[in-house]
Design a protein. Structure first.
Lengths: 68, 286
């Protein structure tokens, strides 16, 4: 597996976790817990953005492995 | 009128009357009777019994006695709620038996308790060594309440300095196979969501005995058919595991890459992820 493919896998896992956190946050009623959940979902979004850019660079370097 | 009919009528009357009068006295827990309550209850019982067995010559006298012994306590309870002085007389005051780990002998004497009584009461509270007690009080109901010394108290999340998730009470959404719409609505969910979740668990709705939903929407089931194993919800654990895996991956990439700028990006991602795991871990642990 190339590095690009590995990073893409990590990215997919993170997206799943981020979506689950958002789902928890939307149902949670305790305002404090809701806040913690949604804040961390946002942080994960940043990380996802970072990794996404990284995947873009990797794909530029190794165009033969482009696409998921 | 034959004797037995007389007793039947009196008993039925006394039964109905006591039921009504006792209700008037209000809801006080019978397990927490004070001495005064005990006396009242016994007098009412004896009067009612004597009245129904025709031991009282004058029926009116029996009724009056019953009425007085129920109305006076009712009145005194009302007064006791209003005035602390009345409360102290009627319900008695608590007596401190052990203070700062020392047994107060004169207080023990005052409460007519022998040292054996004290030790036996402590044992009932699972305290076998009186030196473990910081503070003990004899409640007006005759029970001893015990505060253990700090180091002998059971550990809590706070003493361990642990961060635990803030969990609100779960809502019961199915009881005895019937879907409860009100709790569902209170959580902002609906029947459609419930059916989807049940389908995910592979369970027919009519087979569910109890279903509870926790604050993050995880559903816990008990079925009529006990032969079927219901999967426990794992979403929370899975999310936590995924986050940990991703964090480890990022650290691995940071070590593996030969470009410093990529290493910096991966390192930053790993750092953020570990912060997220620290913050959210207590919430996701079930």
């Amino acid at each position: 597996m190339t590095v690009a493919a590995q990073v893409k896998q990590t990215l997919a896992g993170l997206k799943g976790a981020q979506a689950a956190l958002e789902a928890f946050a939307s149902i949670e009623e305790n305002p404090e817990a809701k806040f913690v959940l949604s804040r961390n979902a946002d942080r994960l979004k940043q990380v996802i953005g970072d990794l996404h850019r990284r995947v873009g660079v990797l794909e530029y370097e190794e165009p033969q492995y482009k696409g998921f | 009128m034959p004797e037995w009919l007389n007793i039947l009528i009196r008993s039925a009357g006394a039964f109905a009357l006591t039921l009504f009068l006792v209700r008037l006295m209000g809801k006080r827990q019978t397990s927490r009777l004070t001495f005064f309550d005990l006396v009242t209850v016994i007098v009412i019982g004896v009067t009612a019994a004597a009245f129904s067995l025709n031991l009282v010559k004058n029926p009116a006298g029996g009724l009056i006695a019953l009425a007085v012994w129920t109305l006076f306590p009712a009145l005194i309870y009302v007064l006791a709620i209003k005035y602390k002085a009345v409360r102290d007389i009627v319900q008695g005051r608590e007596t401190v038996l052990i203070n700062h780990g020392k047994v107060l002998e004169d207080k023990l004497m005052e409460a007519r308790m022998t040292p054996e009584d004290l030790l036996s009461q402590l044992r009932k509270k699972n305290v076998f060594n009186f030196a473990d007690v910081e503070f003990a009080v004899l409640e007006p109901t005759g029970e001893v309440s015990v505060l253990l010394r700090k180091e002998k108290q059971p550990v809590t999340a706070k003493t361990l300095n642990m961060d635990v998730g803030r969990e609100s009470a779960p809502q019961t959404v199915i009881l005895d196979g019937i879907i409860m719409d009100e709790p569902l609505a209170a959580m902002g969910l609906n029947r459609k969501w419930l059916h989807t979740e049940l389908e995910k668990a592979g369970v027919a709705p009519e087979n569910v005995f109890i279903a509870q939903v926790d604050s993050t929407g995880q559903i816990y089931l008990d079925l009529f058919d006990d032969a079927i194993q219901v999967p426990r919800p794992k979403t929370k654990d899975l999310v936590l595991a995924t986050l940990k895996k991703c964090q480890a991956d990022c650290e691995l990439y940071a070590l593996g890459t030969q470009r410093p700028e990529a290493g910096e990006v991966y390192g930053r991602c790993a750092g953020t992820l570990s912060e997220v795991i620290d913050e959210i871990g207590p919430l996701l642990k079930s």
